[in-house]
Design a protein around this ligand. Structure first.
Ligand code: PEP
Length: 257
């Protein structure tokens, strides 16, 4: 693990109804303390407000994030939710470009870039998720895909704004499948991502950016993944739905290398 402060995010996806989401937030508030690790949870949209409220009431060091954003300010955009509405609900962090939005909903790089830019402009922290599909990996295109998504996603981002950007490397074939990249493969991909950021910005910025790993991270494999020098945390799906598992991953991230 690096000297960068690890960042662990819990992507609850389209799971948990209100009481379950609030109960999970309350359980996490009891288990998560200290500031060694930055922690955020990403509940489903209707439950941002109650989850943020209980975490705030408990004084828990857990930020609340949105799983998606829209680029435009308040106005005639039926069905969408603005960045200022999210902020009004206590959201400080947004997830952009998750593989399910790219490959299930059909979002392409230009829209993802617009979302990154609008979110940063609004003052949000941004997690930009990138990652290759299995056929791309098998064709030897992992770095090509990752650096391409990175280049598109971060186009127009300023050096100053990069301080609020985290990259989540999530190989698509590892998300929700129980398959995990080996620590060595993940480290290699993270190293290439960091090199690409140095090329796009500069070495100082690249050295400061957190690159999370996502893809079936769980208590049993977290420590080994998080021990890699370019892995600075995790974006966790399935294991973030269980307070004990998520807290165990946060504890693993808190252990110095
Ligand atoms: C995710 O949703 O970003 C994710 C990595 O899911 P899982 O941990 O379930 O693979």
């Amino acid at each position: 693990m690096s000297t960068r402060r690890p960042f662990i995010g819990g992507n609850w996806k389209m799971n948990l109804h209100q009481q379950d989401a609030v109960d999970l937030a309350l359980a996490l508030a009891d288990k998560v303390s200290g500031d060694a690790v930055q922690v955020a949870v990403f509940p489903a949209l209707p439950y941002l407000l109650p989850v943020a409220a209980v975490l705030h009431e408990k004084g828990a060091p857990i930020a609340v994030g949105a799983q998606d954003v829209y680029t435009q300010p308040n106005g005639a955009y039926t069905g969408e939710v603005s960045l200022s509405m999210l902020q009004d609900c206590g959201v400080t962090c947004v997830l952009v470009g998750h593989s399910e939005r790219r490959h299930v909903i059909g979002e392409a790089d230009p829209l993802i870039n617009e979302k990154v830019l609008a979110s940063l402009e609004a003052g949000m922290d941004v997690i930009l998720a990138i990652g290759e599909k299995i056929e791309q990996r098998e064709a030897g295109k992992t770095d090509y895909i990752n650096t391409g998504q990175l280049g598109y996603g971060l186009a127009g981002v300023t050096d100053e704004q990069m301080k609020r950007v985290t990259i989540a490397y999530e190989p698509v074939w590892a998300i929700g499948t129980g398959k995990t990249a080996t620590p060595g493969d993940a480290q290699r991909a993270h190293m290439v991502i960091r090199q690409a950021i140095a090329f796009m910005f500069d070495q100082d910025i690249a050295d400061g950016v957190r690159v999370q790993y996502g893809g079936s991270m769980k208590p049993g494999n977290a420590a080994e993944l998080l021990a890699q020098p370019d892995i600075d945390g995790g974006l966790i799906g399935g294991a973030s739905l269980k307070a004990d598992d998520f807290a165990a991953i946060i504890d693993a991230a808190a252990v110095p290398a």
